[in-house]
Structures are given as structure tokens and as C-alpha cells.
Design a protein around this ligand. Structure first.
Ligand code: ATP
Ligand code: MG
Length: 541
């Protein structure tokens, strides 16, 4: 069953015998790291490959040497693999520069392309508008022989950058501006990360892309809606280059998430201006940022499925992505206890003995096993779990009250100390036999709180993240004015169960009653955690 309109087209093409094998491609430009928008395109293209037993190529669309770099090539490959996709062929658009040049010569010979000496500004000015036709270039009717000679000389380096271009000869009066003699080659002296200095002529996207697709026998060339108006040009190119079974372009709505930046250019600016620590900063909407933060590939793929594939642009609430991350972690993350702002509780009726308690790692996953928590006379609880003057509906520890310690006993308040109006210590008694299954376990207490024994508590630093961008105010869409100055909060002085020391960097946990965290780093007996996502879900399906 097709999950979206593109899959319906694919199924129809298979049923009617238009194609016997489906080949798609993912064509990133290596000018930045992949972001969550790219994940959607990856899920569509690789999803079709997997579902219909076809192929999907990874093709680096590297026709802008000044903006591209191998660093980006490497990161893109790493991110795609991490998401769990496997490409068939790995290609570079620049692998085809020689063939593209030959196609350009063919177009010239057919009278379908000409060398134009207008400057970039002049070309723009003579292009016309939606209401006015464009003006034909004075160079439009150069002879085929002259065009061949000039183009050859352009390649040989006879002319300076920007002084001449090759244009397709289509229709300066077309209703579609893309068809008004688009530029297909430019002169640019730049070292290319893949082809070095072999070329100083570089093809333009609208010429290169359909040829790349056609050379690779792509059947369905899937791109975002901005390219809908380019489709006639795409078809013109494959037809005039003489491909017999040309690929077809299909457009879907790009993914937009409220308050998330989905433009590599701007993400790069955030990196370069030091707003974030790098492309993989856990606050970045990049795949590498999400990986570092602790999101799982499964969660990202579930999100792309949840959002679906539409033909109309829309904006997705960030709560949808968080919902998918939380859902996955809820099923797979082990539970652990931590206190962010510790308050010491002394258990007056407990001696110096230490009791080992066995607790389930993840109640949602029977295979997750159990671990030991050690219970002793002095414990830490969360400062906010004790209130001298409790607000309404406060079900935690209060003077005269009782509370249950998660996985352990019920406590009965005895007394507390204050220093300068701040509670410094609470004294309680443990109600004997009040552990789960004990004779006193049935005593009615409303609150259950987390705790950590003082003697083996592990110091922790918590990196908590908020949105990089604040909501638009007064319709101001400028990213620069919306940078959230508090997108990272570092909490020091927290404690976590000793079990964390036995765990690996990269492990994900639910800090009970708090949030999901990733163990980022263990250093000198202290552990750094990244907050992945909160526990509370604000997404209404
Ligand atoms: P940017 O403007 O951020 O540079 P791009 O579209 O130029 O993005 P490419 O590297 O050309 O980035 O994208 C590779 C593929 O990913 C393209 O097929 C593109 O359509 C798709 N893609 C990019 N951004 C999104 C998005 N937000 N939603 C869905 N698909 C996207
Ligand atoms: Mg692009």
C-alpha cells in the first residue's frame, strides 16, 4: 500500500510496466551538514528503494566549488549511515563534467545553445518579469561555428571569470521565466574539492541535474516544491540532450518546523559566528546535532513518517518531533534517579548499615534487566520535593507528612533545620517494612519522589537545551533578532545514582520525574549529561 502520492505514482509505474525497477537518488550539495529537512528527503528516497526493492544513489551535487568541501561530503555520508540507509552507487556530479561538456557542445551544434557576453546584471535586467517578456540577447544569433569556437576558448581559459556564459536558446517570451534562455555554463576559476583545477567552466544546476539523473537511469527524481517551475526546463534538457527514457521530476512540500532553521547557509552562519559550538552542537537541527543530543535514528524516521509527504507547504510544530523522540526513549531508555538541586535528608532510625535494593531498569522493557541501588542513613532528595509551606495540591514531603521514596521505603517527617531562611537539612524516620510487598507497604501516601544515597552519589553536570530561536514577535522573521540567549543552561551540583558510573558514554536514560538525558562524558568522577527531551508531551495527535 502506498503511503503517499509519490509511492502511488511508483506503484502505478510498476503495475503498468513503465518501469521494472525503480531508481531514486539523494542529491545533497556538499556545502553544509544535513539537517532534519534532509532526513525527510532521505526517508522518501530510501523508503521507496526499500519498499519497492529498487535502488537509491547518493549523488553529491557539487557544481559550486567555492561553497563546497570534503568535510561536508564526509559528514553527509556519516549521517546517512547513522540514519540506517544504504546507498547503491556513490556518485559526484563532477564525475560527469566531461559528459556534460559534450552535451553542451551537442546543444550548440543543434542550435540550442549560444555563448552570451552580457554580464550577470544585464542578463537579469533583460530577463523581463511575470508580466513582461524578456529581451533577446544581441549574441543570441551567433553562428554555430562561432559558438563552438568561443565555448572551446572559454574552456581553454581565454576569457576572464564572468565575461561569457553559455545559455540555452529556448524562448525569451515564455510565461515561465526559467525558460528564458537560462545560463547553463559559467566561467569560474576555483579549485574544486573533487576535480581540483581540471575545470574552469562549471555547469549550472538546471542543466546539470537532469543530465546527472538521466546518466544514472534515475526513474523518479524527487525534489522540493520550489523546483516545480523548473520542471519544463528539466524536461527540455533531457529531451534536447537526446535521452530516450528520461527521468521524471516529482515535487513534494519541504519540511518546515516552527522555530527551526532549515537553511544550510544560515546554519553555517550560526557556526561561523560562534552562536553554537559547531554543526553538531546539540541545539542544532542538524542530524549530527540531534545525534549528539541523544535523539535516535528510529525517532527521526518515525517523525518523518508521522509528518508524511504532502504537496502543499506547511509548518510542523516542534512538539511533533519531541513526541517521536520521547516515544522511542520511553520504550528503550533505562530509568535512573538523579537530583538536580540536592537537599540532605537524615534518616534518624537508620543505623550505619547499607541496604542493597534491586530495581527494574525499564518497566517498559522486560529484557532491560535490573540494577542495585544502595540505601543508607543519609540521602539527597530534590529541594523542590520538600516544602515548609506547601502550595495547594502538593503531594510531596511536608512538615508532619509522609512520602514514598521510589523503589524503597515510606518516610515520616521528624524535623528540619533552616539557615538564613533556607532549609538546610530534613530529618525523617523510615517506616519499617514499607517497601513494596512489606506489611506496611499499603499505608496511603500520595507522593513518590526520587532520591540518591549521599555516600555513593555521583556528581553530575546537566546541559539543558532550549530552542535556538524564539517565537516570531510582531511578524519579525529575521533569525538574527530571534536568537535565544538562554538556549543552553548548565546546571552544576546535581547528583545521580552510582550506577551511572558503570554505564557507557552515549547511553540514554530517563531521569525519573525529570527528563530524558544522554550520558555525554565521564571525567574525573563527574558525569556530564545532555538533556534530550522533557517527559511531558504537548503533542495532540
Ligand atoms: P539548503 O537550502 O539548506 O542548502 P538545499 O535544498 O539546497 O537546502 P540540498 O543539499 O540541495 O539542500 O538538498 C538535498 C536534498 O534534500 C534535495 O533533494 C532537497 O530537495 C532536500 N531537502 C532540503 N531541504 C529540505 C527540507 N527542508 N525538506 C525536505 N527536503 C529537503
Ligand atoms: Mg540545493
Amino acid at each position: 500500500m502506498a503511503n503517499n502520492f509519490i509511492e502511488s505514482i511508483v506503484e502505478n509505474d510498476l503495475e503498468t510496466g513503465v518501469h521494472s525497477e525503480i531508481i531514486t537518488r539523494f542529491p545533497p550539495e556538499p556545502n553544509g551538514y544535513l539537517h532534519i529537512g534532509h532526513a525527510k528527503s532521505l526517508c522518501i528516497n530510501f523508503g521507496i528503494k526499500e519498499k519497492y526493492h529498487g535502488k537509491c544513489n547518493l549523488r553529491f551535487d557539487d557544481t559550486n566549488p567555492t561553497k563546497e568541501d570534503v568535510e561536508y561530503v564526509d559528514s553527509i555520508k556519516e549521517d546517512i549511515r547513522w540514519l540506517g540507509f544504504e546507498w547503491d552507487e556513490e556518485r559526484f556530479a563532477s564525475d560527469y563534467f566531461g559528459q556534460m561538456y559534450d552535451f553542451a557542445v551537442q546543444l550548440i551544434k543543434q542550435g540550442d545553445a549560444y555563448v552570451c557576453d552580457l554580464s550577470a546584471d544585464e542578463i537579469r535586467e533583460t530577463r523581463g518579469s511575470l508580466t513582461e517578456p524578456g529581451k533577446e540577447s544581441p549574441y543570441r544569433n551567433r553562428s554555430i561555428e562561432e559558438n563552438l569556437r568561443l565555448f572551446e576558448e572559454m574552456r581553454a581559459g581565454k576569457y576572464p571569470d564572468g565575461s561569457k556564459v553559455l545559455r540555452a536558446k529556448i524562448d525569451m517570451a515564455s510565461n515561465n521565466l526559467n525558460m528564458r534562455d537560462p545560463v547553463i555554463y559559467r566561467i569560474l576559476r576555483a579549485t574544486h574539492h573533487h576535480t581540483g583545477d581540471a575545470w574552469l567552466l562549471y555547469p549550472m544546476y538546471d542543466f546539470a541535474h537532469p543530465i546527472e539523473d538521466a546518466i544514472e537511469n534515475i526513474t523518479h527524481s524527487i525534489c522540493t516544491l520550489e523546483f516545480e517551475d523548473h520542471r519544463p526546463l528539466y524536461d527540455w534538457m533531457t529531451e534536447h540532450c537526446g535521452f530516450v527514457k528520461p527521468p521524471h521530476q516529482y515535487e513534494f512540500a519541504r519540511l518546515n518546523i516552527r522555530n527551526a532553521i532549515m537553511s544550510k547557509r544560515y546554519l553555517k552562519k550560526l557556526v561561523e559566528t560562534g552562536v553554537v559550538d559547531g554543526w553538531d552542537d546539540p541545539r542544532m537541527p542538524t542530524i549530527s546535532g540531534m545525534r549528539k543530543r541523544g535523539y535516535t535514528p528510529e525517532a527521526i524516521r518515525a517523525f518523518c513518517a508521522e509528518v508524511g509527504v504532502a504537496k502543499a507547504n506547511s509548518e510542523v510544530d516542534p512538539a511533533v518531533l519531541e513526541h517521536c523522540v520521547r516515544d522511542d526513549l520511553n520504550a528503550h531508555a533505562d530509568r535512573i534517579m538523579a537530583v538536580e538541586e540536592p537537599l540532605l535528608v537524615v534518616l534518624d532510625n537508620v543505623g550505619d548499615e547499607i541496604e542493597s535494593l534491586n530495581v527494574v531498569n525499564n518497566p517498559n522493557d522486560p529484557a532491560s534487566g535490573t540494577h542495585i541501588i544502595r540505601f543508607a542513613k543519609e540521602i539527597y532528595i530534590e529541594r523542590s520535593d520538600f516544602a515548609v509551606v506547601p502550595p495547594p495540591k502538593y503531594h510531596r514531603l511536608v512538615p508532619g507528612g509522609m512520602v514514598r521514596l521510589k523503589g524503597a521505603y515510606i518516610l515520616q517527617y521528624v524535623s528540619h533545620k533552616e539557615e538564613n531562611g533556607v532549609v538546610s537539612e530534613v530529618h525523617c524516620n523510615v517506616i519499617p517494612d514499607s517497601k513494596e510487598g512489606g506489611v506496611n507497604a499499603g499505608i496511603k501516601v500520595k507522593g513518590v519522589i526520587q532520591w540518591v544515597s549521599k555516600f555513593d552519589a555521583v556528581p553530575a553536570v546537566l546541559n539543558k537545551y532550549e530552542c535556538l530561536l524564539l517565537d516570531e514577535v510582531d511578524g519579525n522573521k529575521e533569525f538574527d533578532d530571534r536568537i535565544n540567549p538562554h538556549s543552553l543552561e548548565v546546571v552544576r551540583g546535581a547528583f545521580v545514582e552510582a550506577w551511572a558510573l558503570e554505564r557507557q558514554e552515549g547511553d540514554r536514560f530517563q531521569f525519573m520525574r525529570s527528563a530524558y538525558y544522554k550520558l555525554a562524558e565521564k571525567k574525573n568522577g563527574e558525569i556530564l549529561f545532555y538533556r534530550i527531551v522533557g517527559l511531558k508531551d504537548s503533542y495532540n495527535k
